[in-house]
Design a protein around this ligand. Structure first.
Ligand code: AMP
Ligand code: MG
Length: 495
């Protein structure tokens, strides 16, 4: 590979057995034009942003030109979708171009999503619409700025082609970057075919790539299971702490590396309630906010099942080990969730009664439809009594008095913290974002882009969300909950 290559690819997945994927190039589009390039991510990946925005670079990002060193392929995987087994899914509209080693030495996949049909497309057209591509761009980048592991958006390119959905829509291609695109469902693909040898090859690949510490264990595959459970417990705890609802937690949408992946009908909750569902396809609330931890555990049990023959020679022993490991999920989740929640309230040192205090607040928030993000953000402004009075927060509750009574207990509890109010306030603000990708703002940005060809609101939103924990005075409106007429009740995957 010479120095003038646009990407310095090193493709470990393409070196796996041919049954792991289908090799094919992306399908060219008629008139590619750049919507946005993520310059800082490009630099992080050791890429040249100027070069990516030349006509040649845009051709690559659109799938019209396969760059040197790429070994394009569509990955095979299976999955449980809404609880039902689907033995073959696979990348139906995505092409992995290859892998890069980033500036930190981390291997990252570069994938085009919306890049045309593949052998896994079934009845789909292999394409993506501009709206969902912008949605994924905004929300995945917002997650990354919040410090939550996530796939990233390197670029969005309009194809100049229309695609057929319920109506005709403009098409786009998203360049997605991930530590890998291997899913729980990738393991299930081979396990479902009783192809134990492939499960082992995949497990070895995943250990070498994402969980090197597991290779030192006496039982690396079992250690891998434990390590994946740990990362997912942390990930889902962090979703809960910012009010993120994934919307389609099928096993094919669960990354083995522990990143948030597949931004379809996901949403950040406005007013708090554990039963909240936004996804238009989640009729029974399987993936409601409050169900996310138990669904993650259910998905991980599927991973354990796929790994079972490799955990121990004797089946009873394997089942016993795996069961115990899966049952550790709630404890692992709690280990991240509760201290995280306490920090959001300024309870930095553990005291008896903290859990009740926090649960009471959540209950009051649910009863009073209080905005999730803003309640916590504004609580931090109450710590230092000189900045705001209680109505700053109580105004977010249907019945403001409900908050007042709780606040008395909270203040009493805070007085036992050794940190000063100023320190508490600072620490609380570091975990309570002011700016999340509010559904109505995301929809507004998409509408302006798709209907008026105006990318202004999209660009503005990306900029605000890049600094979620900072006060951005002139952009305060982006922190505010929707007015009743602005509330978005349903989100769509738009596939
Ligand atoms: P998702 O609901 O986005 O996780 O997708 C589920 C499966 O459907 C995956 O195998 C996707 O690759 C496939 N898929 C989604 N949309 C399309 C499309 N427009 N064309 C082909 N395959 C698709
Ligand atoms: Mg998916």
């Amino acid at each position: 590979m010479t120095d003038d290559a646009m990407f310095r690819f090193d493709n470990s997945y393409a070196r796996l057995p041919e049954r792991f994927f289908a090799r094919l190039p992306p399908t060219p589009v008629s008139e590619p034009s750049l919507i946005r390039l993520n310059e800082s991510l490009a630099l992080e990946l050791g890429l040249n942003p100027e070069r990516l925005t030349t006509p040649e670079g845009i051709e690559v990002l659109a799938g019209n030109r396969v760059p040197r060193g790429a070994e394009p392929l569509a990955m095979a995987y299976a999955g449980f979708q809404f609880g039902s087994w689907v033995p073959q899914l696979g990348d139906g509209r995505a092409i992995l171009l290859g892998e890069l080693i980033d500036r930190e030495g981390v291997r990252r996949d570069v994938q085009l999503k919306g890049s045309g049909r593949t052998p896994f497309s079934r009845n789909g057209d292999g394409r993506a619409a501009v709206g969902p591509v912008l949605r994924e761009y905004v929300i995945s980048e917002a997650m990354a700025a919040l410090g939550i592991p996530s796939t990233r958006a390197l670029a969005a390119v309009a194809t100049g082609e229309r695609i057929r959905r319920e109506t005709d829509l403009p098409g786009a291609v998203l360049t997605r970057v991930a530590q890998s695109h291997i899913r729980v469902g990738t393991f299930q693909f081979f396990a479902g075919r009783r192809d134990e040898a492939s499960v082992r090859v995949l497990a070895d690949h995943v250990i070498a790539r994402h969980y090197t510490e597991a290779s030192e264990s006496d039982n690396p595959i079992f250690a891998l299971l434990g390590a994946v459970i740990e990362r997912q417990a942390e990930l889902v705890a962090r979703w809960q702490l910012v009010g993120f609802i994934h919307g389609v937690m099928n096993t094919d949408n669960m990354s083995i590396a522990g990143e948030t992946i597949d931004y379809g009908p996901c949403a950040f909750m406005d007013s708090y309630h554990p039963d909240t569902v936004y996804s238009s396809i989640d009729h029974r609330g399987r993936y409601a906010y409050g169900n996310q931890p138990s669904i993650a555990q259910w998905n991980l049990a599927g991973l354990a099942d796929a790994l079972l023959p490799l955990i121990a020679d004797d089946q009873d022993t394997a089942v016993e080990l795996a069961t115990e490991m899966i049952q550790s999920f709630p404890t692992r989740f709690a280990h991240y969730y509760w201290p995280g929640l306490h920090r959001k309230l300024g309870l930095m040192e553990a005291r008896e009664g903290d859990v009740e205090l926090v649960q009471d607040l959540l209950r009051l928030m649910a009863e009073n439809a209080a905005d999730f993000s803003l309640t916590f953000r504004r609580l931090s402004d109450l710590v230092d009594s000189s900045s705001r009075s209680d109505d700053w927060v109580s105004g977010l509750f249907d019945d403001p008095a409900a908050f007042g009574q709780w606040a008395v207990r909270w203040r009493q509890r805070l007085s036992s913290e050794t940190r000063s109010p100023a320190e508490l306030q600072r620490d609380m603000r570091l975990v309570n974002p002011a700016f999340i990708p509010r559904n109505h703002r995301v929809e507004e940005a998409i509408q302006a882009a798709v209907e008026q060809n105006n990318l202004g609101p999209f660009e503005q939103l990306i900029e605000v969300l890049a600094s979620p924990f900072e006060d951005q005075q002139s952009l305060e409106r982006y922190a505010e909950p929707p007015r009743p007429d602005q509330i978005v009740r349903e989100t769509f995957c738009g596939t």
